[in-house]
Design a protein around this ligand. Structure first.
Ligand code: FES
Ligand SMILES: [Fe+2]
Length: 423
């Protein structure tokens, strides 16, 4: 159990709070590049701040305050022009720094006042990488946007997706430090859910068998970029990749998992204290030359069905259901942690340490400033885990990838790869 005061410190994300200020030291995804193609101006809420994201006629991306400094209308209805975003109400024009650069009526009747020079809203740096648009809401100078392997790896088929999750970000991340839930939530419960849906028991078991092995040992190690999670499963040994390599939580808010043919990030970005967007970056390596992608495709992964019920017949849906049922902000003063929760305790300690470093004026973990170390940051990852790849079509039923509009294209690439290897 955690003192209520520590729970507040760990969960609150507004500017001026210890965690809010720590999270502001990092670049966060705020949209998919593909979304901006269809919608040149969109509302974004991140870390409790309401903004609009737009691309102007010169191609510049801007992320500025959502409400016009004049009469406070919503600039999501504004007009992107050659050099900025124009408010639709009285035509004030803003650039990507949030500076007002035109005020039609003021300039007509009292140009000498230069009123526009006094109007400056918030405007944050924005960059595109790996099919996502990333924003930095913290103090200057902004660090580099980390070039994590999955964002820049060549010759892959990349997809991005998102889920809106109505609960605090920390319970979504603590699940990344929770190894032993797999054989319960995704195997026992997964089978139970499928059988209740009418799937014959044998078939239900086959669909989720990848999660069936019991955990007998868990290991957690802090490394340069976060915490590596390792495990020994029943019937396995410490010689296996599960224990020797493992996979990481990338500090502060990213889960990395997968295998040699398919790897993913789940990046959990606080919308505010009680809501989170989970961004997915999925990389497929079919083992053949992959046709170049002009645009990284984007899709949504729903967590509720049309009746408002949780969608729990796939692993990520089961995870999301558990996070939301913990409450909008989990009351950690009432929990009872055991041996299975050592990773969660270590992660909370790391967050506390990094908040202290930030408050003392230092750069916390993964604030990267040296371009030489940022061309390609490789992360540890098991290669053989789950043996997906060639069995991609079977995998689809149990994965969030089933919502991908590209699933057949990807399945075909895996089949071609398998054929070329003579498998
Ligand atoms: S409210 Fe935006 S210009 Fe008047
Ligand atoms: Fe899970």
């Amino acid at each position: 159990m955690l003192p209520a005061r520590d729970n507040e410190i760990l969960t609150r994300v507004a500017a001026g709070t210890p965690m809010g200020d720590l999270l502001r030291r990092y670049w966060h995804p705020v949209a998919a590049s593909a979304q901006m193609k269809d919608t040149p101006v969109m509302e974004v809420r991140v870390l409790g701040e309401d903004m609009v994201l737009y691309r102007d006629g010169s191609g510049t991306l801007g992320l500025i305050d959502r409400y016009c400094a004049h009469r406070r209308v919503n600039l999501a209805y504004g007009i992107p022009e050659k050099n900025g975003l124009r408010c639709m109400y009285h035509g004030w024009l803003y650039d990507e720094t949030g500076q007002c650069i035109e005020q039609p009526f003021e300039e007509t009747v009292r140009p000498e006042a230069r009123f526009k020079d006094k109007i400056k809203m918030a405007g944050y740096p924005v960059q595109e990488l790996g099919g996502l648009i990333w924003a930095y809401l913290g103090p200057d100078p902004a660090p580099l946007l980390p070039r994590w392997d999955l964002l820049v790896e060549p010759n892959v088929f990349r997809e991005v997706a998102s889920s809106f999750i109505p609960c605090n970000w920390l319970q979504t991340m603590e699940n990344a430090m929770d190894g032993s839930h797999l054989e319960h939530l995704h195997w026992t419960y997964g089978k139970y859910v499928l059988e209740r849906m009418g799937v014959p028991p044998e078939e239900a078991a086959n669909r989720v068998r990848g999660f069936s092995r019991k955990h007998i040992k868990l290991g957690f190690d802090v490394f340069d970029h976060g915490i590596v999670k390792r495990r020994v499963l029943e019937g396995g040994s410490e010689e296996e990749e599960d224990w020797q390599v493992g996979h990481p939580m990338v500090f502060p808010n990213t889960m990395r998992m997968g295998n040699a043919s398919r790897s993913e990030f789940q990046i959990r970005v606080p919308v505010d204290d009680e809501n989170t967007v989970q961004w997915y970056v999925l990389v497929h390596r079919p083992g053949i030359d992959v046709p170049p992608q002009e645009q990284t495709p984007y899709f949504e992964v729903p967590m509720f069905d049309d009746e408002g019920g949780y969608i729990i017949d796939f692993a990520t849906g089961q995870d999301m259901m558990t996070w939301v049922t913990q409450g909008s902000i989990l009351d950690r003063s009432k929990e009872s942690l055991g041996e299975s929760d050592r990773g969660i305790i270590l992660y909370r300690r790391l967050l506390m340490e990094q908040m202290a470093i930030n408050e003392d004026g230092g750069d916390p973990m993964n604030v990267i400033r040296d371009p030489a170390g940022n061309s390609y940051i490789e992360l540890p990852q098991e290669r053989n885990k789950y043996h997906i790849g060639d069995a991609y079509r079977r995998l689809l039923q149990g994965s969030w990838s089933r919502y991908s509009p590209n699933r057949e294209v990807v399945a075909e690439l895996y089949m071609q790869g398998a054929a070329e290897r003579g498998a």
